[in-house]
Design a protein around this ligand. Sequence first.
Ligand SMILES: [Zn+2]
Length: 466
Amino acid sequence: MEPGKEKVSIAATPAARWALAGGLALWTAIGFTPFGRPLPLPADAPAGEFSAGRAMVTVRAIAQRPHPVGSADHDRVRDYVLGEFRRLGLTPETQAGTGVFRRYTGKVENIVARLPGTASTRPVMLAAHYDSTRRGPGAGDDAHGVAVLLETLRALGQSPRLRNDVIFLVTDGEEAGLLGAALFMSGHPWRGEPGVVLNFEARGTGGAATMFETSQNNAWLVRALRTAVPAANATSFAYEVYRRMPNDTDLSVFKRDGLAGMNFAFIEHPEWYHRPQDDPGHLDLRSVQEQGRYALALTREFGARDLNQPPSGDAVYFPTLVTGLIVYSTAWVQPLAWFTAAALLAAAAAGWRRRVRGFWLVLVFLVPAILQLLIAKAAPGATYLLEWPLAGAAISCAVWMTAPPVIGGGWRLAVLMLTPGSSLLLLTPMFHTLIVALGPREGGIIVAVAALWMLITVSPQLKLVA
Ligand SMILES: [Zn+2]
């Protein structure tokens, strides 16, 4: 046979098929391995640290009953929070007035307090809302957020003063249409000052706390997050999804008016969101600990920086099991997309020239390769989910075509499928987040579709006949 014209048998042998199935199962299992989560620290933890045990005292005090705007319990919570700020050595003030946001309007009363720094550039602002809906006591949404602010303030008091001021903004009327945040941004004298806002929210009662939203030009924010909280849970994919959804939090108002910021929440048990079950008993203490870790570590990080004129530019970011947060500039998204598309095209051309049967399989990869070029323009923060698997596919195509003929076609097929299979490490955390966010019923459909896809992939019918 002429060199380069050998006919390669590429029907998967049973051994290769089992290797493929086992490999995919392994990658999936590793991909679904949850990220390590901190244990909640008890109430007698060292004073300089954030303790979920101590924060829960505040949560239980606030979330006894529903406390929507206009209720007696609302005023009780307001007075309690004011008292806590005074107990921790600050002089809180209230800002009462009418908040207006889009078609919503109403009377609200914010609570603000300021911890002075030594030589402030611009303040760091921590924000959470103290009102709840009528339907639940709001332990997660958002008593825990207020507790995070107060416990952070207490812990800050145990270390030397920060360079920057820290503003604590406990908003009112979030559930009534972001009214407190709107009132702050329309009328409060400090509204334009914050160099960065950290907002704490919940859409459920547990699960991993995630940094799910940033303002534009987020590269410096995300890099600070990686420095301050190495095991941070944050993906630019979540941000791309979130900014296309109609959901709003107070951060929407701060961002609209030009402040930089990040938003933190946990979303497990969405079926208890705005329900009686959103009570202190159902609240996951680890989630509170994680929120507190973000708040305290980032306040110390931003509190020490010059917050004037932050650098511009957006970032792609995602966590992996074996590294801290991966962060790189979105400037890399387009070149990488073109590079992987070109590499796959080259592989297809080489396969066609060498008459490798099944070279057309490369064309299967070209569909997502074209897709990534479109996504790279529209949603750069999400493109990594296609780019890195396709880079894996380009490598496996090269291996497939250059492997010596003694290696059976079935094994080549396994390599071809498995190298991009490692990208399940990037994809499965996304599936997991999606399943948790959707709840058991809709989440189950996604699991079923994924299982079906796996079955098709390893089916005995899978042959690469030209
Ligand atoms: Zn809320």
